[in-house]
Design a protein around this ligand. Structure first.
Ligand code: ZN
Length: 137
C-alpha cells in the first residue's frame, strides 16, 4: 500500500481529534494499523477499544480512499468516542449487544462531534457489501 495513503489517514485522524478534543480534551489518540486485518478480512475497518486501535483494510483504503477518509475513519473513531464517553454504563453494554454499537450513543457522536448527519447511509456507501467487523466493547 502507498505510504501516501497512510499519511492521509494520520492527517485525517489529526483533524478528527481536534473535533473530539473540543469536548473531550483527554481523549487518547488511538493507533492505526493495517497488519492484522487478515483476522477479519471481510470488513472495511474495525475499532478495538481494548487495544485502543483502529484497523483498516488496505484493500478497501486503496479502492475507496475518499470514502474511507471521509466516512470510514470517523465511523470507527465514533465507536472509541462512544466507548470513552459511556464506559461502564449499562446502556452502552446493552447497545453493543443489541445494536452492534450503532445505536443512539454512536449516532450522537457522529452528529454532534463529526457533523455527519446520516452515519448509517454514508458509511453504507462504503461497507454495504463488505460488512463491518464487530467491535470489542
Ligand atoms: Zn461500526
Amino acid at each position: 500500500m502507498k505510504a501516501e495513503l497512510k499519511e492521509q489517514v494520520e492527517a485525517r485522524l489529526d483533524e478528527l481529534l481536534v473535533l473530539i478534543w473540543e469536548t473531550l480534551p483527554d481523549f487518547p489518540r488511538p493507533t492505526i494499523g493495517y497488519d492484522h486485518f487478515n483476522l477479519f478480512s471481510y470488513a472495511a475497518a474495525a475499532a478495538n477499544a481494548v487495544d485502543w486501535d483502529i484497523q483498516i483494510s488496505p484493500e478497501m483504503l486503496e479502492a475507496y480512499p475518499e470514502e474511507m477518509l471521509a466516512e470510514g475513519l470517523p465511523h470507527e473513531l465514533g465507536h472509541l468516542v462512544s466507548n470513552y464517553k459511556n464506559k461502564n454504563k449499562f446502556e452502552f453494554e446493552l447497545e453493543n449487544i443489541l445494536l452492534n454499537g450503532h445505536g443512539p450513543l454512536w449516532e450522537e457522536v457522529m452528529h454532534d462531534i463529526f457533523g455527519i448527519e446520516n452515519p448509517h447511509d454514508s458509511f453504507n456507501s462504503v461497507v454495504k457489501e463488505n460488512g463491518h467487523a464487530p467491535i470489542n466493547p
